[in-house]
Design a protein around this ligand. Structure first.
Ligand code: F6R
Length: 612
């Protein structure tokens, strides 16, 4: 969602901020703006549309200055217009602010400020914050950082904010609560952003701001304090993301690059953790509380979207190998349902971005009743990674395409390893099966590599079905979550309506949809429900549906009945989702691309959903 970039130093702030905003485009947005504090004035430029529209608008304008803030807005309060775009000005125009998050009590604060004579230029909740800070500074005759602190004690909601002052251009003030903010520390210069991607080409030294922390930044130093006015020490970390990881590297889209990265990202998720020949499987991040998992009476998995699908695959792992009941919950439902969480329950929260507001809130809820939470997260240092008691990073590397691909397979890999650790400790898995699975897991990257050879064949099938208006995805057992994931991938980037179902459910409703126009994708690899799924394929064919089947290599039966086949390497039934999802990702990608859709930034979607 909204992206924040700010700079303070000797370089031209405009250039750094524009470049940074482009790096954050993947988060999803509908307007962009920049404010520069120089020559005792704020130069403000904002535009509905893309960062490139903002660049066009600023041609010939005064863009000098070494202090500035920039923002990409994903509309919540008020339509995507020039006026509603950030940065926003205080009433007197001397302060400017960018904000990511939602201010819940903005309406009452706004009424109070209106009664004092404030007029507002936008419909946003964010503009209220900077007017409120201005009002507090005036009433208390205090420094700006104190006014920010006092304001934040009254503000309810989620925020990452950065503020500049025309009368003190050598100053950036930043603060966060429940919305991410990273400060890059250079030599006599500072960078601020919603995530590290705009920063890493300048510095690898970063400080992740904590909730309720306020940063007061000048060229000669960074000071932190909390909302209670107690100074805190900046913890400077070195991040190990290389620039190539966030560039397209010759691929047309980030999504395609990320699909092709999967042999490596899956390997990376296992690196140092799994050595099958030695029977070695150790996840350092879950050592302290692992017995909680081993002794759990129930595991509750919370996540959203694709991460929720990874959770569904994990449900099968934990139930089959660890013999423990599992519930997989949408974080957004879980948090509002007054759920029953018992002391012997353990929660696993899954999130690529580590910033999903609903997942974070569900974690806080579970923590408040004493539950132990494990995180399965990609983004190092993210809010969810820090909110959980223990966890295992998936190490998939930055995922820039909005549609999650490599994060899904890395999540499934890491969840399979956690389940195997627990099963082994519990003694609910035989030695033979445990070693068999470790061996198979270790060579999964090679099988994924082979599945990626379906690239051109997927493109041909995509071309045949690119004008379809509906798709049905069906699978059974471990391939049922894969069907859901295939349907989600297609709908989010191609805007074709698609539904995923357990294949046996087809008879209970969706079969009514089938006619000669209806493409039905079966994930029909050779597993324990193979015979059953063949019957389901026959049922679709009997109604003239068009069948695209993902099958196991060497299958001779399904090619006789399906219209199109995509053959994937054979692996253990439980690990098949890691392989069978590959052609579905490719099919969605090519359908979307052939339809001329913006694959990496689909309409209305954001990469990290930081509002509920
Ligand atoms: C789909 C997709 C979303 C995310 C969901 C959760 O391709 O990317 O459905 O999976 O928004 O996001 P994270 O995993 O960051 O919590």
């Amino acid at each position: 969602m909204c992206g924040i970039v700010a700079y303070l130093g000797e370089r031209n702030a405009y250039e750094i901020i524009i470049k940074g905003l482009k790096r954050l485009e993947y988060r999803g947005y509908d307007s962009a703006g920049i404010a520069l504090a120089t020559d005792n004035q704020i130069k403000l430029y904002k535009r509905q549309g893309k960062v490139s529209d903002l660049e066009t608008y600023t041609v010939g304008k005064d863009l000098t200055g070494g202090t500035g803030i920039g923002h990409t807005r994903w509309a919540t309060h008020g339509e995507p217009t020039d006026n509603n775009a950030h940065p926003h000005l205080s009433f007197d125009g001397s302060l400017s602010l960018i904000h990511n998050g939602v201010i819940e009590n903005y309406s009452s604060l706004k009424q109070e400020l209106i009664s004092k004579g404030h007029e507002f230029r936008s419909e946003t909740d964010s503009e209220v914050v900077i007017h409120f800070i201005e009002d507090i500074r005036r009433n208390n005759n205090c420094d700006l950082d104190e006014a920010v602190r006092l304001a934040l004690t009254k503000i309810v909601g989620a925020y990452a904010i950065v503020i500049i002052d025309q009368n003190d251009p050598d100053l950036l003030i930043a603060a966060r609560k429940s919305s991410p903010l990273v400060i890059g520390v250079g030599k006599g210069e500072y960078f601020i952003a919603s995530d590290a991607t705009p920063i890493i080409e300048y510095t690898k030294e970063v400080v992740y701001l904590n909730d309720h922390e306020i940063a007061v930044i000048r060229k000669d130093g960074l000071k932190l304090k909390n909302i209670e006015d107690v100074p805190t020490n900046p913890y400077i970390q070195t991040i190990d993301i290389e620039l190539e990881a966030i560039e397209k590297g010759g691929f047309k889209h980030f999504m395609l690059k990320e699909i092709f990265e999967q042999p490596k990202s899956i390997s990376d998720s296992m690196r140092g953790r799994l050595i099958a020949a030695k029977g070695h499987l150790v996840l350092g991040g879950i050592r302290e509380y692992v017995n909680k998992l081993v002794n759990a009476d129930r595991i509750i998995i919370i996540a959203c979207g694709t991460s929720w699908h990874a959770g569904l695959v994990a449900e099968y792992f934990f139930e089959e190998w660890c013999r423990v009941p599992v519930e997989v919950e949408y974080a957004s439902e879980f948090r509002y349902r007054n759920p029953v969480i018992r002391e012997s329950d353990v929660i696993i929260a899954i999130s690529q971005s580590g910033e999903t507001a609903d997942t974070l809130a569900a974690i806080e809820l579970a923590k408040s009743v004493g539950a132990i939470i494990f995180g399965v997260v990609n983004v190092v240092g993210s809010s969810i990674a820090r909110a959980t008691h223990e966890g295992a990073y998936i190490h998939a590397g930055p995922e820039i395409g909005v549609a999650s691909t490599k994060a899904f397979t890395a999540q499934v890999t890491v969840l399979s390893m956690i389940a195997l650790v627990v099963a082994y400790k519990k003694g609910t898995i035989s030695e033979t099966k445990y070693h068999e699975l470790l061996t198979e897991l270790e060579i999964i990257p090679e099988k994924v590599e082979t599945a990626l050879k379906l690239d051109q064949k997927s493109k041909i099938i995509a071309d045949r079905f690119k004008t379809a208006t509906n798709f049905l995805y069906l699978g059974r057992g471990y391939n049922f979550p894969v069907a859901l994931e295939g349907a989600l991938k297609l709908k989010e980037i191609s805007y074709i309506h698609a539904e995923g179902y357990p294949a046996a459910e087809m008879k209970h409703g969706p079969i009514a949809l089938i006619d000669e126009e209806m493409p039905v994708v079966f994930i029909a690899t050779k597993d324990s429900s193979y015979d059953k799924i063949i019957s389901n394929i026959q049922e679709v064919k009997a109604r003239k549906g068009k069948v695209i089947a993902i099958i196991s290599k060497g299958d001779v039966l399904i090619p006789k009945i399906a219209d199109y086949i995509l053959e994937v390497p054979i692996t253990h039934e439980a690990l098949m989702p890691l392989v069978s999802v590959i052609p579905l990702q490719l099919l969605s990608y090519y359908i979307a691309d052939l339809r001329g859709c913006n694959v990496d930034q689909p309409r209305n979607l954001a990469k990290s959903v930081t509002v509920e």
